[in-house]
Design a binder for this molecule. Sequence first.
Ligand code: ZN
Ligand code: ZN
Length: 411
Amino acid sequence: MLNLETAKKKYADLTIKKGLNLECGQPLVITSSIENADFVRILAKSAYEIGAKEVHVNWNDGELTKMKYKYSPMEVFENFPKWYADAMETYAKDGAAFLSIVSSDPELLKDADTKKIAANNKSSSTVMKNFRKYTMNNINTWCVIAAAGKDWAKSLFSDLEDEKAITELWTAIFKATRTDLDDPEFAWDSHIENLSHKVDFLNSKSFRKLVYKTGKGTDLEVSLPKGHIWSGGGDHNSKNRFFIANIPTEEVFTLPEKNGVNGVVFGTKPLFYSGNMIDEFSFVFKDGKIIDFDAATGKDVLYNLLEIDEGARYLGEVALVPYDSPISNTGLLFKNTLFDENASCHFAIGKAYPTSIKNGENMTDEELEARGVNDSLTHVDFMVGDKDMTITGIDEDGNTTIIFKNGNWAI
Ligand code: ZN
Ligand code: ZN
């Protein structure tokens, strides 16, 4: 039986040492709900133990967020505070590492005004655009992990009492992140190594196109731009220091050619976005653009996402994840993208990582656009993997390679 407190310290050490690979003397900025205060203290201890210069925490609270959506006027959501972005940029320039902890109720904002949510998403992404360059271009190290928030736990295990539900969710988090193994840090080294074999194979092939098919009706052609780079597992920051941006991560990913996506794709897991659920959705693409879409649940939320800007109608990420993974094998829909995207092949709507194309981190916005790299204020992953999914790669000369068969790696 897993001891919760021991496992939390193991997860904290894994996050600080492998996820962020924190350096002695480096500041650490954590963003977390106040309900994870105990776990944040454990993380801070792990960070100070290896010499962190300072641990700064941006606290938030789900109940206060709900109140704000209920009582504050629209102008508050249209004017995301610049001081917050300035503070984050100041830390970024000082070489800080950034850690986000996700733990909130997947449907926190289901009763909130969707116009306020859309306004907040737009103004926060606009004001935070400069700061996001530090993380999206891997200039600074960053990592996203999870903690078992009460409302999140209750939404997954509604029959259990609060404490039991929270324990159950922590246990699932520890399984999905390999924290339950004797030596999680060693397990992550081998896992990263396995992912790098897939990455090397895909990079050696330089496919020009991927073709996706499922019984549900997905029939999609995705062109990959010349010079695209597959990555997976970890990245290097601008000081060439290795880090793992998501714990867990099971994906191998690159970017699509902005105007080179055609066909139809069906979502296979509900998407929890901005505290709302979008379910049973599909997209129709023509020359990269989403020209039609549908959703049985959350269609207006999805519409607002696609309306953020022009780039929100195009794809920015192509990610391959086998149907069988430690996360899928928990048999749990986590209702959280950090986990659910790592249990399913997915795409992302919106901005592509400039590091997914050769020399992209040194290109101007115009150069990236010319190379078919999508830009947007948003980046939202959505899941399309299925147990009968086939993905075929087609190279420059028209040779085909089956990459995925029956939902799993075929290479
Ligand atoms: Zn992804
Ligand atoms: Zn993504």
